[in-house]
Write a protein that binds this ligand. Structure first.
Ligand SMILES: [Zn+2]
Ligand SMILES: [Zn+2]
Length: 131
Protein backbone atom coordinates (compact mmCIF):
# COMPACT_ATOMS: atom_id res chain seq x y z
CA UNK A 1 0.00 0.00 0.00
CA UNK A 2 2.76 2.42 0.90
CA UNK A 3 4.63 1.64 -2.32
CA UNK A 4 1.54 2.32 -4.42
CA UNK A 5 0.83 5.47 -2.46
CA UNK A 6 4.39 6.68 -3.06
CA UNK A 7 4.13 5.97 -6.79
CA UNK A 8 0.94 7.94 -7.22
CA UNK A 9 2.13 10.85 -5.18
CA UNK A 10 5.09 11.64 -7.35
CA UNK A 11 5.22 13.42 -10.67
CA UNK A 12 8.78 12.35 -11.16
CA UNK A 13 10.16 9.52 -13.20
CA UNK A 14 11.84 7.09 -10.90
CA UNK A 15 14.00 3.99 -10.84
CA UNK A 16 13.32 0.91 -8.71
CA UNK A 17 16.05 2.00 -6.31
CA UNK A 18 14.54 5.46 -5.94
CA UNK A 19 11.17 3.92 -5.22
CA UNK A 20 12.74 1.71 -2.59
CA UNK A 21 14.36 4.72 -0.97
CA UNK A 22 11.15 6.79 -0.96
CA UNK A 23 9.12 3.87 0.37
CA UNK A 24 11.64 3.18 3.11
CA UNK A 25 11.54 6.75 4.27
CA UNK A 26 7.86 6.07 5.05
CA UNK A 27 8.30 2.53 6.38
CA UNK A 28 11.80 1.24 7.00
CA UNK A 29 10.65 -2.38 6.95
CA UNK A 30 9.84 -2.38 3.22
CA UNK A 31 12.18 -4.76 1.46
CA UNK A 32 13.80 -4.51 -1.93
CA UNK A 33 12.03 -7.73 -2.92
CA UNK A 34 8.62 -6.19 -2.21
CA UNK A 35 9.39 -3.16 -4.37
CA UNK A 36 10.67 -5.37 -7.18
CA UNK A 37 7.54 -7.53 -6.94
CA UNK A 38 5.18 -4.58 -6.93
CA UNK A 39 6.60 -2.80 -9.98
CA UNK A 40 5.61 -5.47 -12.55
CA UNK A 41 2.07 -5.45 -11.16
CA UNK A 42 1.87 -1.71 -11.74
CA UNK A 43 3.31 -1.90 -15.24
CA UNK A 44 1.13 -4.84 -16.25
CA UNK A 45 -1.98 -3.02 -15.15
CA UNK A 46 -0.92 -0.07 -17.31
CA UNK A 47 -0.85 2.36 -14.40
CA UNK A 48 2.86 2.87 -14.63
CA UNK A 49 4.89 2.85 -17.79
CA UNK A 50 8.30 1.24 -17.91
CA UNK A 51 10.84 3.13 -19.96
CA UNK A 52 14.23 2.15 -21.15
CA UNK A 53 16.31 5.28 -21.61
CA UNK A 54 19.41 3.23 -22.40
CA UNK A 55 20.67 3.84 -18.86
CA UNK A 56 21.80 1.27 -16.28
CA UNK A 57 18.34 1.19 -14.76
CA UNK A 58 14.85 1.30 -16.17
CA UNK A 59 12.73 4.32 -15.40
CA UNK A 60 9.10 4.28 -14.39
CA UNK A 61 6.64 6.92 -15.40
CA UNK A 62 3.82 7.46 -12.91
CA UNK A 63 1.51 9.67 -14.96
CA UNK A 64 1.50 7.61 -18.11
CA UNK A 65 -2.17 6.72 -17.77
CA UNK A 66 -3.14 10.41 -17.82
CA UNK A 67 -0.75 11.48 -20.57
CA UNK A 68 0.01 8.46 -22.75
CA UNK A 69 1.40 10.53 -25.58
CA UNK A 70 4.00 12.62 -23.87
CA UNK A 71 7.62 12.71 -24.89
CA UNK A 72 10.84 12.94 -22.94
CA UNK A 73 14.02 14.87 -23.22
CA UNK A 74 16.76 13.43 -21.08
CA UNK A 75 20.22 14.70 -20.19
CA UNK A 76 22.82 12.18 -21.23
CA UNK A 77 24.87 12.91 -18.15
CA UNK A 78 22.77 13.69 -15.08
CA UNK A 79 19.66 11.77 -16.25
CA UNK A 80 17.44 14.79 -15.72
CA UNK A 81 14.15 14.03 -17.48
CA UNK A 82 11.74 16.65 -18.73
CA UNK A 83 8.39 15.77 -20.25
CA UNK A 84 6.73 17.57 -23.07
CA UNK A 85 3.80 17.22 -25.38
CA UNK A 86 3.63 18.52 -28.91
CA UNK A 87 0.71 18.62 -31.28
CA UNK A 88 3.11 19.15 -34.15
CA UNK A 89 4.96 15.92 -33.42
CA UNK A 90 1.67 14.10 -32.98
CA UNK A 91 0.50 15.33 -36.35
CA UNK A 92 3.78 14.41 -37.98
CA UNK A 93 3.74 10.92 -36.53
CA UNK A 94 0.21 10.45 -37.77
CA UNK A 95 1.26 11.50 -41.23
CA UNK A 96 4.26 9.19 -41.25
CA UNK A 97 2.20 6.24 -40.04
CA UNK A 98 -0.47 6.89 -42.64
CA UNK A 99 2.07 7.19 -45.42
CA UNK A 100 3.56 3.84 -44.46
CA UNK A 101 0.15 2.21 -44.20
CA UNK A 102 0.03 1.99 -40.41
CA UNK A 103 -2.55 3.23 -37.97
CA UNK A 104 -0.95 5.23 -35.18
CA UNK A 105 -1.60 3.74 -31.75
CA UNK A 106 0.78 5.37 -29.39
CA UNK A 107 3.85 7.47 -29.59
CA UNK A 108 6.82 8.09 -27.44
CA UNK A 109 9.74 10.16 -28.48
CA UNK A 110 12.95 10.27 -26.53
CA UNK A 111 15.45 13.02 -27.11
CA UNK A 112 18.88 12.65 -25.59
CA UNK A 113 20.46 16.00 -24.91
CA UNK A 114 22.81 18.07 -22.80
CA UNK A 115 21.09 19.88 -19.97
CA UNK A 116 21.74 23.57 -19.32
CA UNK A 117 24.55 23.01 -16.83
CA UNK A 118 26.26 20.30 -18.89
CA UNK A 119 26.13 22.66 -21.84
CA UNK A 120 27.55 25.58 -19.85
CA UNK A 121 29.99 23.96 -17.45
CA UNK A 122 30.84 20.70 -19.14
CA UNK A 123 29.37 18.82 -16.20
CA UNK A 124 26.10 18.55 -14.32
CA UNK A 125 26.17 19.85 -10.80
CA UNK A 126 23.19 17.69 -9.94
CA UNK A 127 24.76 14.45 -11.05
CA UNK A 128 25.64 13.31 -7.52
CA UNK A 129 22.54 14.75 -5.97
CA UNK A 130 20.41 12.68 -8.32
CA UNK A 131 21.96 9.40 -7.39
ZN1 LIG B 1 7.02 10.77 -18.68
ZN1 LIG C 1 22.71 17.14 -17.02
Amino acid sequence: MIIIDVVFNTEEHFTADQLLEWSRSRDASISRATVYRTLPLLTESGLVHEMDFGKDQKYYDPNYADHPNHHHIICEDCDRIVEFESEKIEQLEGEIAQKLGFALRSQNLRITANCESLKKNGSCGQKDACR
